[in-house]
Design a protein around this ligand. Structure first.
Ligand SMILES: [Zn+2]
Length: 400
């Protein structure tokens, strides 16, 4: 229908993520899913024939967000680890549901940082399930745009379930990395927590060899980092980003800032766990000891983000939905958590949009510009001064 190809969003406010304050009284003309122009509503000029006008008064146009730490095939919730062992066909259905949730929450891009290995019935090979999701969604413009890491690469004795690749020394690590790239992973995900909290699972040289291999093949490397000792190895080895970074210190963040290493924050995990003290019977969350442990780790994680922010580290945001306990429509919670950690709401929104795009190497992601994709959504309220506005989604431009 012609009217669906040509739309004016009229009299909205605009939060393009690049500046600290709203532009008001803005009209945006979209043609074939691209932004043709952005003009003052008072000076739209002549409109094309057959244009459909959407009265956007009282809402704010926001760039489609980037969930930089997601697990598309997993549902989340308090039994999030168990759910990884569900049958692959069910996990593929979960991914479809998550795709709906992401879109409706204004998330345009999802960076999948780990999915279970499963046999692909088409060729009998075991590969990461999210690669199949990527293929399914590639030609559907209403689906999230995705980048996929393949499966987790971890030392043995750390993650349970046998749904990932284990590597206990340098050569095994390099082989695992190579296999993931052969399978079609867009980037690699290393798990830099070892079986012992105080020891990294691999040496800096071992990890650097993986970074060199990946970069040589045009791929990036990211690393799960729960503890400082692993973070140091990752940073020294030159990984492109750290996930979580729950235990960083001033030396670590200074080097990250110098090198351009991204931090993907996932602070809302602790908010989620705090709710489980009320809503579950799991001792890990309900016991005094468990609650205390969560509170302690949360405080340390917030401190790490504060250090990184002050040092000038580029921070992207993630929910860790599925691989953690959040759900796929909760990215606003992480933006709120960054504000609690001391970022201004506008800075936190930049993390969830432009920084995410930079992390992906997608210059158009998280931005609203003339001639760019019409990947924006509309919320009720001003997210540049109040992050909670991001929960109040009214319309998503890329969805019917
Ligand atoms: Zn995760």
């Amino acid at each position: 229908m012609a009217a669906d190809r040509l739309i004016v969003y009229r009299d909205a406010a605009l939060a393009d993520g690049a500046g600290p304050s709203l532009r008001k009284g803005v009209s945006v003309l979209v043609r074939d899913r691209r932004i043709e122009w952005i003009r003052p509503t008072s000076d739209e000029g002549a409109l094309p024939r057959d244009v459909r006008i959407i009265d956007s008064g009282g809402s704010t146009i926001v760039p489609g967000m980037v969930d930089a730490h997601s697990h598309l095939t997993l549902p989340g919730g308090s039994h999030w680890i168990d759910r990884g062992a569900d049958p692959p066909e069910e996990l593929l259905e979960v991914a479809e549901h998550n795709g709906d949730l992401l879109g409706r929450a204004g998330v345009r891009w999802a960076r999948d940082v780990g999915s279970p290995l499963a046999v692909d019935p088409r060729d009998g090979r075991r590969r990461a399930l999210a690669l199949r999701v990527r293929e399914r969604w590639r030609s559907d413009s209403a689906r999230p745009r995705v980048r996929v890491a393949g499966t987790w690469i971890s030392h043995s004795g750390v993650l349970t379930g046998g749904l990932l690749i284990e590597a206990d020394d340098g050569p095994a690590l390099l082989k695992a990395a190579s296999t993931q790239l052969d399978d079609g992973a867009d980037f690699l995900k290393l798990y830099l927590d070892g079986p012992k909290k105080e020891e990294a699972p691999w040496s800096t040289e071992d990890v650097r060899a993986v970074v060199d291999l990946a970069h040589g093949r045009g791929a990036k490397v990211t690393a799960h980092s729960g503890f400082l000792v692993g973070a140091r190895v990752g940073i020294d080895a030159g990984v492109d980003s750290l996930e979580h970074g729950f235990e960083l210190d001033s030396d670590a963040v200074a080097k990250m800032a110098r090198q351009g290493t991204f931090l993907v924050s996932t602070l809302a995990i602790f908010r989620s766990w705090a709710t489980f003290a009320q809503t579950t019977t799991l001792p890990r969350f309900v016991s005094d000891e468990g609650k205390e442990r969560t509170a302690r780790r949360r405080e340390r994680a917030i401190e790490s983000v504060q250090l990184a922010h002050r040092a000038g580290v580029r921070i992207a945001t993630g929910t860790d939905f599925g691989g953690g306990s959040l759900r796929a429509n909760h990215l606003a919670w992480e933006v709120e958590a960054l504000v609690e950690a001391g970022l201004k709401p506008a800075e936190a929104l930049t993390s969830a949009t432009i920084r995410g795009g930079e992390l992906l190497g997608e210059p158009e992601a998280g931005r609203i510009v003339e001639r760019g994709p019409a990947d924006f959504f509309l919320v009720h309220g001003d997210p540049l001064s109040d992050a909670s506005a991001l929960w109040r989604v009214w319309k998503v431009a890329w969805l019917p």
